[in-house]
Design a protein around this ligand. Structure first.
Ligand code: BGC
Length: 405
């Protein structure tokens, strides 16, 4: 492992300070509900989600957004990451729904009144239907359209919001819509993939400038899904194949926006040990400790990913997502404990960590898996939408208290 460059600059532990952002995250489409014309709503209406699930009701998050603040307060959280649904605030190109924009700015104000830092995501997987109709992210017009939308939102709440995430997991979106083609506009074309990727990164760079033009103090980042590839053995082959994969899957993309990132949002779920021999990656055979999604539980991945990103970019790291599907809640408390410990180890190595946002505040629509996967600190009753804290949520609350002491 390479040496971190500037350990001396972190004098006191941020994780143990009052300012550290302890929070939880959600995304509009996964919780809100409502018949909003987006690429995902179209996919759902085509019956492509497990069990035929749709987000027409989701977990009634739009109607309950202000009420749900009490869920954050109950756990003593001081940060909430949520997203704005572009298709809702701009249902037709250039036509903005002011009531919808006010809904989100009221949420921001109410969070702040409760001393909870809003962390606003502008794009979390869903495109308005009219964007899909024009080809989605392979069309350069989408960059201008996204910028108009960002500009509008920044006009309304630019001054109130400090932390912004322009785009959630550009790597995942572009992969699923333009390379493997399972999400509208269903393209399966490496050239489309390449063009769409560049356009999304350009859109991020523009949004970065647009937000800063409304609020010079804003901190703007993206949330990047970083798979942590590590060598199986410390030999030449294993080390270099790992480096190559980290480069292909993450660094070559992040390098292109490194001057437009005030912090790096890290979404961390997976770590693969890679090296000589079959299978080349251990995700295919490690069976002992897995989430309900089938993903290996390897908490060291979180701290290690933070360390790699910090070494390369010298920027603060905010964990914008980390969590697991665990229907019985038997694994979540330990997962939280071990992941936060791994993050603390990274901080001790000199990484500037500014926040940890657990995914997710409550059970929600897990994309193609529908409602089967339970990622929530709170369970949600599918009929009444009542939210109930799982034991692991209480564990998280108490762990935060330990850190804040
Ligand atoms: C996404 C979330 C999703 C989570 C769990 C992340 O890739 O940003 O929307 O629910 O992973 O799969």
């Amino acid at each position: 492992m390479t040496q971190i460059i500037q350990p001396a600059t972190i004098s006191a532990s941020k994780m143990e300070s009052k300012d550290f952002l302890w929070g939880a995250a959600t995304a509009a489409h996964q919780i809100e509900g409502g018949d909003i014309d987006s690429n995902w709503m179209r996919l759902e209406k085509e019956g492509k989600v497990k069990n035929g699930d749709t987000t027409l009701a989701a977990v009634d998050g739009y109607n309950r957004s202000i009420d749900d603040i009490k869920l954050l307060k109950e756990l003593g959280l001081n940060a909430y990451r949520f997203s704005i649904e572009w298709a809702r605030v701009e249902p037709k190109k250039g036509v903005f729904d002011e009531a919808a924009i006010n809904h989100y700015s009221d949420l921001v104000k109410e969070l702040k009144r409760n001393n909870i830092e809003p962390i606003v995501t502008l794009h979390h997987f869903t495109d308005p239907g009219w964007i899909t109709d024009q080809g989605g992210w392979i069309n350069k017009k989408t960059i201008d359209d996204f910028n108009n939308y960002v500009n509008k939102i920044a006009e309304y709440m630019g001054k109130d919001v400090k932390y912004w995430i322009t785009i959630n997991e550009p790597n995942v979106i572009i992969n699923s819509s333009y390379l493997i083609g399972i999400v509208p506009p269903y393209r399966k074309n490496p050239i489309a993939f390449y063009r769409a990727f560049n356009n999304v990164l350009t859109a991020h760079r523009r949004a970065y400038k647009t937000i800063h033009s409304q609020n010079a103090m804003a901190k703007v980042g993206i949330a990047y899904n970083f798979t942590d590839f590590v060598p199986k053995k410390e030999n030449w082959f294993d080390k270099n194949i790992t480096k190559l994969l980290n480069y292909i899957f993450s660094f070559n993309r992040l390098d292109k926006i490194k001057n437009e990132l005030d912090f790096i949002g890290l979404n961390q779920y997976k770590r693969y040990n890679i090296g000589w021999g079959w299978p080349i990656g251990d995700q295919f055979y490690v069976k002992d400790d897995r989430t309900d999604m089938g993903w290996n539980i390897q908490p060291e991945g979180l701290g290690h990913a933070a360390l790699l990103l910090s070494e390369r970019y010298q920027k603060p790291i905010m964990v914008t997502e980390n969590g697991l599907a665990d229907r019985t809640d038997k694994k979540r408390a330990k997962f939280i404990r071990d992941n936060i410990k791994s993050l603390k180890d990274a901080e001790l190595k000199g990484v500037d960590i500014i926040g940890y946002l657990h995914w997710s505040l409550m059970d929600n629509f897990e994309w193609l898996e529908g409602y089967d996967m339970k990622f929530g600190l709170y369970s949600v009753n599918p009929k009444t939408f009542e939210r109930i804290a799982r034991p692991s949520a209480i564990y998280y609350r108490d762990l935060i208290k330990e850190y804040r002491k």
